[in-house]
Design a protein around this ligand. Structure first.
Ligand code: FAS
Ligand code: PHB
Length: 394
């Protein structure tokens, strides 16, 4: 079988790319290792930049998002157990949107299914070959049989642990990585969020974040050891620690049933070139950020915006100019996303090896942010998202 575009992975980047290409009649196949239910059930990102929202709306798959999302004017910063509201809308005229990643993937995979798009689930890709030829080969397993296909382009949307980055020649690929000495213990709670915006708290005992998924479901995080044992964190201990780190006089954190607990280690990672021959890396396959800047999902969408623009231009106008710029343009934006996520992580978290000077400078960074409007404008511009370089013609 030969298809124009083979997409590895049906997460947010792979499913959005397939959806956009389909709107312009460009045939693709999506090969996903897991079941559709598994992909849709993963609890991950929660905050979308306006660019990401606009891309889904422009692609004609944003109807439920527009009905059910929550718009946040800005964020709250917790410092010395005081809450400081950064009103992004007032500072720069734009806020952020809360709409869980699981809802995004339900909309996209539901849309693809409704249109009968070729998405193969439980179809793990085993190998990606011939990427320097005039057509690439993708080998996968489906319904117990080894299969293969050829394609004009193979797009690696297979996340950090997928095979596509491994298909890049080792002599070509360069990587940069930083593994942080802490992780996030996350809980999903059946309780209304106790603030109307996300609250990011810098506290001597560690970072904490209050976020949400809906008016009835809260999402909260605590900085923890990267290999934290959840058995050592009964609900009561989680709530007491959240109260300590997030609390402020006169405010109460509403408790409720914790129905999911998870620990996520934090790393910064990116690789380049993001493309070689017929292979293009997209989203987490090319870069990972610590979630302190809410950029993982949004960076994946930024890549998709460039890549879909380039593929549409190639197939409809026989013009590869955007495709040829993909690696450069996507990397340039990702470096700035990496920097913001690293900077936030460095500011908010307590590092085990930091000394008194380090800790005082961190607190000084936070004091500057909550008191200086210029710092807040810069923070707002980065948190709400840098511009997309290209938008697909739809
Ligand atoms: P994904 O990893 O989402 O999707 C890759 C897909 O490829 C998966 O469905 C996988 O099954 C499939 N795949 C892998 N190998 C394959 C193979 N061999 N063959 C076929 N398919 C294969 N971002 C935020 O902005 N905020 C957050 O709070 C946040 N929290 C996170 C928590 C966790 C635990 C993790 C892991 C990530 C979190 N992220 C967060 C980042 C996350 O949202 C990613 O940025 C986002 O999922 C990126 O989407 P994709 O690039 O599509 O990769
Ligand atoms: C979330 O809602 O899961 C969330 C929000 C903001 C972040 C990270 C995670 O920076």
């Amino acid at each position: 079988m030969h298809v124009p575009v083979a997409i590895v992975g049906a997460g947010p980047s792979g499913s959005l790319l397939a959806w956009i290409l389909r709107q312009r009649g460009i045939e693709s196949i999506v090969l996903e290792r897991q079941s559709r239910e598994y992909v849709e059930s993963r609890i991950r990102a929660g905050v979308m930049e306006q660019n990401s929202v606009d891309l889904m709306i422009k692609a004609g798959i944003g109807e439920r998002l527009q009905k059910e999302c929550m718009y946040h004017r800005g964020v709250a910063i917790g410092l010395y157990n005081e809450h400081h509201f950064l009103d992004f809308d007032k500072l720069i005229g734009i806020g952020v949107t809360v709409y869980g990643q699981s809802e995004v993937t339900k909309d996209l995979l539901g849309g693809l299914a409704a249109e009968g798009h070729n998405v193969l689930y439980e179809a793990p890709v085993r190998a990606i070959e011939d990427i320097e030829g005039d057509r690439a080969t993708v080998k996968y397993t489906h319904e117990g049989a080894d299969q293969e296909l050829t394609c004009d382009f193979v797009i690696g949307c297979d996340g950090f642990h997928g095979p596509s980055r491994q298909a890049m020649p080792a002599s070509v690929l360069k990587t940069h990585e930083k593994v942080y000495p802490f992780g996030w213990l996350g809980v999903m709670v059946n309780a209304p969020p106790s603030k109307d915006v996300a609250l990011f708290a810098h506290h001597d005992r560690g970072f904490a974040l209050l976020s949400m998924r809906s008016p009835k479901v809260s999402r909260l995080y605590l900085q923890c050891k990267p290999d934290e044992d959840l058995d050592e964190w009964p609900d009561e201990r989680i709530w007491d620690e959240l109260d300590t780190r997030l609390g402020t006089p006169g405010w109460e954190l509403e408790r409720g049933e914790i129905f999911q607990k998870d620990v996520t280690p934090l790393r910064s990672f990116f690789c380049y070139p993001m493309t070689h021959g017929r292979l293009f890396l997209c989203g987490d396959a090319a870069h990972i950020v610590p979630p302190t800047g809410a950029k993982g999902l949004n960076s994946a969408f930024a890549d998709v915006s460039v890549l879909s623009s380039g593929l549409i231009q190639h197939y409809t106008k026989d013009d590869e100019s955007i495709l040829r710029r993909y690696g450069e343009v996507a990397l340039e934006r990702n470096i700035q996303t990496q920097r913001f996520s690293w900077s936030n992580t460095s500011k908010y978290h307590i590092f085990p090896d930091s000394n008194a000077f380090d800790r005082r400078m961190q607190a000084g960074e936070m004091e500057y942010l909550v008191t200086n409007e210029t710092a807040q404008i810069s923070y707002a511009q980065q948190h709400t998202g840098l511009p997309f370089a290209y938008w697909p013609e739809l």
